[in-house]
Design a protein around this ligand. Sequence first.
Ligand SMILES: [Zn+2]
Length: 323
Amino acid sequence: MLLPRPPLLDRTVDPGPAPVAWEETPCPLCGRDEPALVLEAPDPVPGGHGLWFAVVRCEHCGLTYTNPRPTPATIGRFYPPDYRPHRRPRKMVRSRPARPVLARLFGRPCNERRGDLPWPVPGRLLDFGCGGGAFLKRMADRGWQVTGLDASVGAGRAVQEELGLTVLTGSLPHPDLSPCSFDVVTMWQSLEHVHQPLDILREAYRVLVPGGKLVVATPSVESLPFYWFGPDWFGLDLPRHLTHFTPKTLREMLETAGFRVGLQRQLRHGDWLRSSARLAAVRGAGGAWARLLRWKPAAKAVAWACYAAGMSDCMTAVAERPV
Ligand SMILES: [Zn+2]
């Protein structure tokens, strides 16, 4: 049975202690206002506010984004206290082998999220959207000089107090971050959460040294799991995810911000498939396929198949600020 559906973005509905303010946005990539509706879906968080949200695709450049959306000042109402940006799988996904030319540029294939950045010498690293600080800690232990940046005051304070690492509160640009002050900037499942992703990437470019690297990981809507599950796909996470990238639109946005894009890879997420299947089952959708994918071995096998087909629902890109 489908969830009861209130009117789309009914501004008379008050989902929190104070009204949420809404905004409509032109395309965050090309700036045009030519949206075509892709789908509508509710907030998947248990006990969510019952609102539905629209996902549109720019007819000019193809970028998919959430529109309308809560304003930057009020979107925090949609982050429950125990929200985790994305579940980090116990067994982190493995990387697709690098092509030879890129392997020469970026070193051996690696799993960056585990801390295996493909640059041998530790340097200065900024983790944008550092959350609980697990990645920061890993990199600090490997000799990197790390700085975290997160919109959550509580998360930043916890990382500083419990791990003793430097964490700034806020976003980019940040007054405490100087131009050309980092060798690497990482964005693990954070770029899709920001209202102006192109501005964020331009700021990342500015704080990187020439030759510095940016690593981005984000869900991909050009994926079999999105086609199968649609509004129930785990990677949508409305309304917290504001931009829904494909490999092509992620590359174009990085290039628009001035980066030279190197390696782009698919990542396997069997646990995302299971989460999508569970959500579909709760909503009475998906049928036997969703029931099958709730079974871990099946989800794992199907995640492999998506990966082999080049249609996984998570991806990474490594980009460089040209010298
Ligand atoms: Zn566009």
